[in-house]
Write a protein that binds this ligand. Sequence first.
Ligand code: SF4
Length: 189
Amino acid sequence: RDYGDISLKDIDQVAKSSFPLCMRHLFDKLKEDHHLKHGGRMQLGLFLKGVGLNLDDALAFWRAEFSKKVGLEKFEKQYAYTIRHNYGKEGKRTDYTPYSCTKIISSTPGTGDHHGCPYRHFSEENLRAALGTMGVNSRAMEDVIDKVRNRHYQLACTLTFEALHGMPCDAGINHPNQYFSDSKKILQS
Ligand code: SF4
């Protein structure tokens, strides 16, 4: 897999610099609530697998947060299985692939869910606040919001990428893991 590699010790910094907003939001919510519902665990968990977080690190990552909320025992009983499952270590041993933008945009998050695409699923007010936190300047913000109003969510994400990296992204964003690898390429060069 050529998505690059991340380890647990870098993950906070890398989340800030190179995660697209959909994953940044899940990551922040997990740290805040020490919990994510199923849809969020799948979306973020498979993304993290795609960026090269290995199974042991993934278990340590989820355990550290969930155990603060549900306790260690419940984590091992109820949640560790799904993580191993996502890595193809349980059940049918399918190697599950990370979700594309199209799949995430067409998902239907309910109350208390944090998965989905913020460009599609956030209110304009919440989206503006989230973009501001990411460091998108006010001029770029208006261009992003304009794309969102025209329902061009991936173009909105592409403009965000370009504003944050100061570089064009000619191919456009079509996958959260592509956002990540393109970001790493720019930041490492
Ligand atoms: Fe994530 Fe894709 Fe939405 Fe960007 S366009 S926030 S990468 S789902």
